[in-house]
Design a protein around this ligand. Sequence first.
Ligand code: NDP
Ligand code: MG
Length: 378
Amino acid sequence: MNISILGSTGSIGTQSLQVVDDLKGIKDINVVAITGNSNISLLEMQARRYSPQMVVVADESKYTDIKTRLNDTDIEVLCGEEGLCAAATAKDTDMVLSSIVGFAGLVPTMKAIEAGKAIALANKETLVTAGSIFMEAIKKNDVPLIPVDSEHSAIFQSLQGGKKGELRKILLTASGGPFFGKSREDLQNIKKEQALKHPNWSMGAKITIDSATLMNKGLEVIEAKWLFGVELSDIEVVVHRESIIHSMVEFCDKSIIAQLSLPSMKHPIQYAFTYPDRLLSPDESVDFPTLGSMTFAKPDEETFRCLALAKNAGEMGGIMPTVLNAANEVAVAKFLKDEITFLEIPEIVEKAMSDYKNNLNPTLLDIIEVDREIRNKG
Ligand code: NDP
Ligand code: MG
């Protein structure tokens, strides 16, 4: 199989290259294109190790640097959104791993779908912001869409235990993040260093903050709605601190099927690469006696308002999830620069949502326009 990895220098991207290594001799995967944005030395290292046909840097100001570094190779070096789209549609590519963070992944992923590439989707923001258009394109071009987000991979795997019409509800698990059990008062003086410490997962900065605010779970509720064609009311978020059950589905006979494994993104990435097969993995097994117990709780949507806001945006539909997503990206970037407090993140998102009049049938251009407007307002 030939793959293009959009966002190869990120947390998901680097783990996907480890999976490529793990699968050597079991299922050989040829890396056709890789893309990065700021981490030029890692991009160069990856280029030398995996010898792709194409290397793309999204940030155009870094083009000369990476081009010069790779001058002694015959790798094609491109930049900008055009370059990302070239990586997403490269002739020899069978599957595109969409693992750029945020809205920047949308256009290249749409191009990959239009070019008939199978999609392994980590970038949840694309489905949140353009779910209807995205899923229509998937159907129209008849391309496989395999979730990489651990919960959605778990749901995708669990659904194989029944037929489509038999599904009753989705139980989306949440670790609760680093501030589970805290009150709004406790959250007032949170520093970004505390928010960046996730108890179970090591991830990129943006999704780690989203996990601390529970916006990540909100985005995942919308993601699940689109991926599995269910109503938001059929998705229940359950806090499960241990992150062993990655999500569950309940069928009409009240049987629940779940997918369990130790918390490692290499599991869902490998499953996306090998689906419909299951192949050997070097990962550790769950040791139940050592684990001892698993716990479950209701999420606290009053303290962690981002979850409620995302559900609202999902219910409203139209352009609202785009507004929510863009305002959240802006707010998280500001929090990471120490420009706002932790509790201002939901305030900024809520204000943006109340400032916008909904447009129930946005086109891709409307979505791009509204996203840009919100970012420009900053
Ligand atoms: P990272 O921040 O670790 O990596 C993001 C990748 O996107 C990097 O390759 C980065 O390049 C690149 N990038 C950043 N900004 C841009 C831009 N403007 N244009 C093009 N490329 C850009 O993120 P993660 O790997 O954590 O997450 C990636 C996606 O996967 C997100 O949508 C996240 O929600 C989702 N996801 C992540 C999980 C995880 O465990 N990490 C779990 C489930 C989903 P560079 O590093 O060179 O700047
Ligand atoms: Mg997840």
